[in-house]
Design a protein around this ligand. Sequence first.
Ligand SMILES: Cc1ncc(COP(=O)(O)O)c(C=O)c1O
Length: 488
Amino acid sequence: MLPSGKPSCKVFYAKDPLKIVRAQGQYMFDEKGEKYLDCINNVAHVGHSHPYVIKAATKQMELLNTNSRFLHDNLVQYAQRLTATLPEKLSVCYFVNSGSEANDLALRLARQYRGHQDVITLENAYHGHVTSLIDISPYKFNQLGKDSKKEYVHVAPSPDIYRGKYREDNPDPASAYAEEVKKIIEETQKNGRKIAAFIAESMQSCGGQVVPPVGYFQKVAEYVRAAGGVFIADEVQVGFGRVGKHFWAFQLQGEDFVPDIVTMGKPIGNGHPMSCVVTTREIAEAFGASGLEYFNTFGGNPVSCAIGLAVLDVIEKEDLQGNAMRVGNYLLELLAEQKEKHPLVGDIRGVGLFVGVDLVKDKEKRTPATAEALHLIYKLKEHQILLSADGPYRNILKFKPPMCFTMEDAKHTVETLDALLTELEEATGMKTENNASTNVPCKRKTTEEGSQPEGASESIGHMNGAACRQENGIYSKKRSVPSKRIRT
Ligand SMILES: Cc1ncc(COP(=O)(O)O)c(C=O)c1O
């Protein structure tokens, strides 16, 4: 612990952390053998400990691991397979090791391209933990105080039609938000500065599960390119089929949109540390023309490429993209019913298996229900469902489970959430529209074990009035534990 009392590294569920010792598919198991449904880990994209991926990794590890200074078929095959999922123009891959490395390299590519320096980023954006990226991540640098924004960084409004500057009642939010970027560019140019890049996640994750209005990226790209900058699409969280309908989330904007640089990470290696930057030949050639050699010790090694190939195989063979679409649509449907029923649910948004539930204290004012979100996260954990809360107010329940998440998992999670919301609303005096389901479901079906009894619902009467506050949360210190739990 630091003298400030604030550690810089944190764990999930700080008051009662989990020690996970193994995982399979969409389930994680703690040291006591308790089984948890994982709605958090988009890194374990094709499922935790997927045997096909493990086999590919082991096989290659037994044979050879070197670096990209030696020729290797895996590297070539992987680059071919990966670029085949992208528009033709995006044809050059740089293999690196983390999302941060990918975005840092993307900035270097963008700056080398025209010799410009400035970057436009979105409100609440997070793009990585290295210095160059903290500088363009308002989600982080805003925590450092008022003067923490660097001169070369320009922050555009988040294209959030629920909480943002232009909302669902705006006739053309895509143009309205893009105009804001245009204004920034004009202002920057007046001050003699030059735009190197606009960077955005294709759907904002930490920023609050924001789905940009269709057409926004096209307009932004037009303005940014006219200023000599490039469009960087950060697909670190949302890529590799998670949105269901498309392999890449930027494709939700329409076929007429192609970014200049795409960065990838997290799901790419199903937990193996690898990542990638893909760009156009023109940008890559400008980078090469600097005369500076690019070398990365681990990037693109034969083991990482074997794993990358295996992940692509599994996505295809198990139709995980189709699954994300089907289960994601079902999850959205179930959650939409919760929005009708619960005063705490202000908005449901997302695509495929990337979904956010925006919790509010007041539907009209859209006041973020931060403490309530934290409370629900802890209560869900008691029911062995792992979910996180994020967004600028930490009030958005965030679904980004492994892609093997099933209809049954979606139903079980929403039923549990429904009952917990009802209990919370009753305890805090909020009125639920339809009190049909007030008990936390007692039965839990799992793919491994079929249905098994689980703990009955517990009262949260302690929530009433004198709520027990911990940090900014309102969960009780005396959190009761389900009477029976699934053992494995
Ligand atoms: C959108 C986005 N980009 C980049 C990163 C950085 O990735 P990494 O932690 O692998 O460096 C993250 C990490 O959370 C992220 O969410």
